[in-house]
Design a protein around this ligand. Structure first.
Ligand SMILES: [Fe+2]
Length: 258
């Protein structure tokens, strides 16, 4: 194979890396998911990454699973609510709001959608990214919130960036090898982050269907893996419509569940 000046070979040089739309924690919220997917399409993405929890809490589990399943080139990992809704995790671990909806979700999920959730992987490692739901060390359960956890988890994935969800709080953790420490900061609307080759990153992309940072708008992101550039977005959706459906289905509603 002919080598280029930078050490790559010619065939690698000619292959454009994907432009990913990234989303997480849909939680059966069809209105929010529809707005997010429409926005990501307008951003010109050609692949998608989903960090889990397609179902749980919200009123449209089948519709949301089917919408995600229908996306071409979408890489999806399992979340803790996905696991519980198909019998892979005990619902006793969840708070009363989540538990009540998980039992409802288990009952209404079509067999083919349950089977899809059952088969989702816990972790996906791509060319230059990793995706998990909670953390690389414990993909289904760990909430990554503390500095010590971030430092420990850097040893559990091998790529430059790991995208996560689970806490529903959008933030970026930057590990600078030159300085030895880490920096943690909240992601702001329309923020662009250029990923520098000397650093490693853990990025929580927030939640589509149930953000918990006191901003009810849906979260999503774009990762241009060619330019190693990340963009974060917040989007309005018809939240009243979702709440009405939850009321009709007699699902419990509590803002900013933990
Ligand atoms: Fe979640």
């Amino acid at each position: 194979m002919k080598k280029n000046g930078d050490g790559s070979n010619t065939s690698e040089k000619n292959v454009k890396r994907p432009h990913f739309g990234i989303f997480s924690d849909v939680h059966s919220n069809l209105e929010a998911l529809s707005v997010v997917l429409e926005h990501l399409e307008h951003q010109g993405v050609n692949s998608y990454l989903c960090c889990g929890d397609i179902v749980g809490y919200g009123p449209n589990p089948n519709e949301c699973v089917e919408k995600v399943r229908s996306i071409k080139d979408c890489f999806v990992v399992m979340g803790n609510h996905d696991a519980a809704s198909c019998g892979l995790k005990d619902t006793a671990w969840f708070n009363k709001y989540a538990r009540a909806t998980l039992h409802w979700t288990e009952n209404v999920l079509k067999e083919e959608n349950r089977d899809y959730l059952y088969r989702l992987p816990r972790m996906i490692t791509g060319d230059n990214y990793t995706i998990v739901h909670g953390s690389p060390r414990d993909p289904l359960n760990e909430y990554l919130l503390e500095e010590k956890q971030f430092l420990e988890n850097l040893g559990y994935f091998g790529t430059q960036v790991c995208f996560i969800g689970h806490s529903h709080i959008p933030f970026v953790v930057l590990s600078q090898s030159s300085k030895g420490g880490i920096e943690i900061k909240r992601l702001r609307e329309n923020e662009t982050i250029k990923l520098l080759p000397e650093n490693r990153y853990i990025i929580n992309v927030g939640s589509v269907g149930q953000p918990r940072d006191k901003d009810p708008r849906a979260c999503c992101a774009v990762f241009n893996s060619e330019e190693t550039e990340f963009n974060f977005f917040r989007l309005e959706y018809e939240i009243n419509k979702t709440q009405e459906k939850m009321h009709e289905a007699k699902l419990l509603w509590k803002r900013y569940q933990t």
